[in-house]
Design a protein around this ligand. Sequence first.
Ligand code: SF4
Length: 648
Amino acid sequence: MELEKVLTACTRDCPGSCSIIACVEKGKIASLKGNPDHPYTQGFLCPITAKYLQKRHYNSQRVLNPLLKVENQWKKISWNQALDIVAEKLSKNVKDYGSESILYYQGFGARTALRILNKRFFNLLGGVSTLYGTVCGGIGQAGQEMDMGTRISHDPEDHLNSRNIIIWGRNPAITDIHLWKIIKKAQNQGINTIVIDPVKTRTARRVSQFYQPKPNSDAYLALALAKIIIRDQLHDMEFIKNHSENFFNYLQIVDKYSLEDLSLKCDISLENIEELAHIYIDGPSSIITGWGLHRYKQGHLTFRMIDALAAVSGNIGVSGGGVSQGFDEYGFFDHSWNADELAPMARKLSMPTIGQAILDAQDPTIKMIFITAGNPVAMCPNSAKVKKALKSVDFVVMVDHFLNDTSQVADLFLPATNFLEELDLVGGYGHNVVAPINPAIKPRGEARSELWIFQQLSKMLGFADDMKGSAGEWLEKLASPLIKEGFTIDEIMKTPIRVPSSPQTPYSDKKFFTRSRKFRFISRFEMAEKENEKFSLRLLSIMPEKWIGSEIPEEEYGEGYLEVNVNPLIIEYEGLKEGDLAFLESKIASLPVIIRADKESRIDCVSTYRGGWMCFNKCVNVLTEDIISDRGDGTPYYETQVSIKKMI
Ligand code: SF4
């Protein structure tokens, strides 16, 4: 029997947004395959999504009915009952305490065009409290905006025009497999590939050079490289003179530090710094920055120093050069449909410190929280505080696929559809392509799309007309920037398209989005020194290989504790051995962990995986401090330092 093939795309928190062919047989999805017609992902599907049917879509633990918590037990209820409860709670809170007593928490678990309308719903409701800041990459974006007025990355294919590719604080072999494919292609073409990372990742093992600096010292390393380039008169004076400002202030920073100082600060030998500087200047050289660099309070300084290095060496605005961070996956859609103009002054709470922000909110206090596609207890820093904050609120609604840490403190669970069951569009934060999502099958059980949920509620709350329209009609509106580029909505829904206006090589005209239209060199640089004798090990929580975010099937947890990688010298010093159970202590908490000896781990770091759940003792964010970055409202997870304590 001929299988029906339906084109959809992965909507999870991953830079790929891969286009997928779902093969359907008798109303059931038999298999998922990569779509070879996606200009970037080209038919390759990652091992995580290759198992999506078994581990997520058809998993027996998936919630397929609305659930209400009654006396601490989940009880199945009908959609009519669930929607009545939500509508009643929303309107009562708006009436009694004002719309800002409701917090809408939009997570990053599904990133599609139609999700722009969720915000519209809450604006039509009167403007609820929402989030500002991010637990993702805002810090680097802020740094690049200071230098260039905006953040635009090179098309990933343009890295093939480089002579050297420097992968800085990123592990694409695990976290961005399509970028990794390009890097492997580059290697086959003889392009030099280099990794700079405090952790020896899988990517680091597969490149020609690897440098392992002290965490949060990357700005010093970038400064040292630029210092050598200037010392050896290899800088690009044409760019500096005609297309930049603040160069002399920057030079003063360069002069302030000796190479010996910088080498000590980043813990890379002078010899290696010299070597790297001379590789880099033999360009064009592209720098691909990763999320690791965003995880510090002053992370924007790192990005600014890396941008300055690229500018000094003439690598900005040239094919095969640049400093590429990522793409704005929502940049391809028309945001005005979120109707922010209806509630421009509505309160915003900080996402990086969401637990404290909820607890501190006054006039009005937070009475109700509505969460979509997010697991803030496991993924935000200071998990215990986030949990306590959610618990302190009268009513928490969550829309998701599985019960998790957050559902433990939720009152109502609404089952959501996934990318095999809905119509939508998705952009990517790893490339410039927009891909269609078509429903391959009817939603399982009683799962419903977020659009459907908000449209039902809008009917009950008296603003149905402002939310009405089929998914297809809304997508035509949301995709208007693409339609202006010459596509019809039918074309957009039929096959992935690379957005033509996205540049292959940004800033090739050497015009920037700053006021002067010039590149702006960093002119002030002061890094706070972090010394804490009690907690001397940097806690690095890296992206795992086997799951996305906190999407770990419950049945895979089993017994045990979070495993952490520690240098054997530290293990010995603490009187421990490989496999021992010990406590990892930060300023805010203590967590039992299993010690794993890793001789390639730096002696000032402990590394582990993020995304584990608190209820299984595997949540690293129990230890991470809830603070916010100096710029970009980001989450400095890696500011947390820990110590290891033997169990008695
Ligand atoms: S998880 Fe990432 S790499 Fe895997 S299918 Fe989804 S977008 Fe592609």
